[in-house]
Design a protein. Structure first.
Length: 381
C-alpha cells in the first residue's frame, strides 16, 4: 500500500508546533528547567500562562485545522504554500519574541498572526458565500482584537475574558461540526445504526444562550444576570451534547474524547454561574480551567489526532499511546478543576495537573511523531 504524504497538508507543521509549544510551556515551570527562567525576559507567571495557551498553542492548532478544513467546507482549493509558510513564520516569530525578545513584541506579533489568519479565513468564507461560517470569521476577529488589546496592555481582565470567550465560542462551533460528523462516519464505517440528526431548535437555542452568556460575562463578570445566563447556557450546552449520544456507542478513543471534551464546555458555564453566586466556594479559576484544560486540552488532542488519521487512511485505527494521551488530559482537567473546588494543597493539585498535561502531549507526540515530524509516514497504531 502506498503511504500517504503529509508534506502538502497545512495541519502537519501547525499541529507539530502546537504540541511542542504546549510541552515547552508547561515544562518551563518544572524545577528541572529552572535554569531556563532567566531567559524569560519580562513576562510574569500569569502572562506566560496566558500567552502559551491563548496566543501560542490554541492559535497554532486552530490554524492547522482551519487551513485544512476550510477548502473542504467551501469547495475551494487549499491555501498556497506561501500563505501557510507566512502564517507559520509569524507564529514562530511571535513565540520566539515573547520568550527571548523585548516584552510586548511577542503579543504584538501574535496579534498580527491572528489577524492574518482571520483575513485568510474570511477570504475563503466570503468568496464562497458560505454564510454558515461567518460566525467563525466573527469569532476570529474578536480573538484577534483581544490579542491586540493584550499587546497594548489594555484592561487585562476584560481582555482575558474576551480571549477566553472567543476561544470557547470557536470550540463550540468546531465541536458542533466535527463531533456529529465523526460519530456518524464511525457508525457508517462499522455498520451500526446511525443516531438521529440533532434537533435544530436545540442547536439554535444552545448557540444563542451561550452567546448571551459569554457577552454578559465579558461585560459584567459578577452580575446576577450573567449567572442566570450561564446556568441556562450550561443546561443547553449539555442538552446539545446529549443529542450526539456518545455514551450509547462504543466509540474509538479519539471520537469519545471529543464528546468528553465538549461536555467540559457546559460544565464551565455551570461553574461560572456557581462562582458568581457563591464566590467563596467556587473560584473564577474553576470555570476557566474547565474550558482551557478540559475543553481545549481534550478536544485539541482529539481533533488533531482525528485529522492526522483521516489523512492517513486510518481514521478509526486504535492507538494505545493516543488513547493514553486523551485519558491523561481528562485526568489533568479533573485534577485542575477539582483542586479549585477543594482548595487545600492547591500547589499539589496544580503540580499533578501540569504533570498530566505534559504526559498527555508527550504521548500525543509519541503516537503521531511520524506524520508530524517525518514527512510521508503513517501514524503509529
Amino acid at each position: 500500500m502506498t503511504r500517504p504524504s503529509y508534506g502538502k497538508q497545512p495541519f502537519r507543521s501547525f499541529f507539530a508546533v502546537a504540541a511542542l509549544d504546549a510541552i515547552f510551556g508547561a515544562a518551563i515551570w518544572t524545577p528541572a528547567l529552572s535554569w531556563a527562567q532567566p531567559w524569560l525576559t519580562g513576562p510574569s507567571a500569569g502572562d506566560w500562562h496566558r500567552q502559551v495557551l491563548l496566543y501560542g498553542t490554541f492559535p497554532a492548532m486552530l490554524a492547522g485545522f482551519l487551513l485544512t478544513a476550510l477548502p473542504r467546507w467551501t469547495g475551494q482549493a487549499g491555501p498556497r504554500k506561501a500563505v501557510s509558510k507566512l502564517l507559520l513564520a509569524l507564529w514562530v516569530a511571535a513565540r520566539g519574541s515573547y520568550v527571548l525578545g523585548p516584552h510586548g513584541s511577542g503579543p504584538a506579533i501574535a496579534a498580527v498572526f491572528l489577524f492574518a489568519l482571520t483575513l485568510t479565513t474570511a477570504g475563503y468564507v466570503i468568496s464562497s458565500r458560505d454564510r454558515r461560517n461567518y460566525k467563525i470569521v466573527l469569532l476570529l476577529f474578536g480573538f484577534s482584537a483581544s490579542a491586540a488589546m493584550t499587546a497594548a496592555s489594555y484592561q487585562v481582565g476584560l481582555t482575558s475574558r474576551l480571549s477566553l470567550a472567543a476561544m470557547t465560542g470557536l470550540l463550540m462551533v468546531v465541536g458542533g461540526r466535527v463531533i456529529p460528523a465523526l460519530t456518524a462516519a464511525y457508525l457508517c464505517n462499522s455498520g451500526a445504526q446511525p443516531v438521529s440528526a440533532p434537533v435544530a431548535v436545540v442547536e439554535k437555542a444552545s448557540a444563542a444562550a451561550a452567546t448571551l452568556a459569554l457577552i454578559f460575562w465579558i461585560a459584567m463578570p459578577d452580575g446576577q444576570v450573567t449567572a442566570v445566563a450561564c446556568a441556562v447556557g450550561a443546561l443547553l450546552q449539555l442538552a446539545r451534547a446529549t443529542q450526539w449520544r456518545g455514551w450509547q456507542i462504543r466509540l474509538p478513543a479519539a471520537v469519545a474524547a471529543l464528546h468528553v471534551g465538549y461536555c467540559w464546555i457546559g460544565l464551565g458555564f455551570a461553574l461560572l454561574a456557581l462562582h458568581i453566586l457563591v464566590p467563596s466556594h467556587v473560584s473564577t479559576a474553576a470555570p476557566v480551567h474547565a474550558w482551557t484544560v478540559g475543553a481545549f486540552g481534550t478536544m485539541s488532542l482529539a481533533i488533531m489526532g482525528s485529522m492526522i488519521r483521516k489523512h492517513s487512511g486510518l481514521a478509526f485505527a486504535r492507538s494505545i499511546r493516543a488513547t493514553a494521551a486523551y485519558a491523561a488530559m481528562t485526568c489533568a482537567a479533573v485534577v485542575r478543576v477539582g483542586g479549585e473546588l477543594l482548595p487545600s494543597n492547591t500547589s499539589m493539585w496544580l503540580g499533578w495537573s501540569g504533570g498530566l498535561w505534559l504526559v498527555a502531549f508527550l504521548l500525543f507526540i509519541a503516537a503521531f511523531h511520524q506524520p508530524l515530524l517525518v514527512c510521508g509516514c503513517q501514524p503509529d497504531r
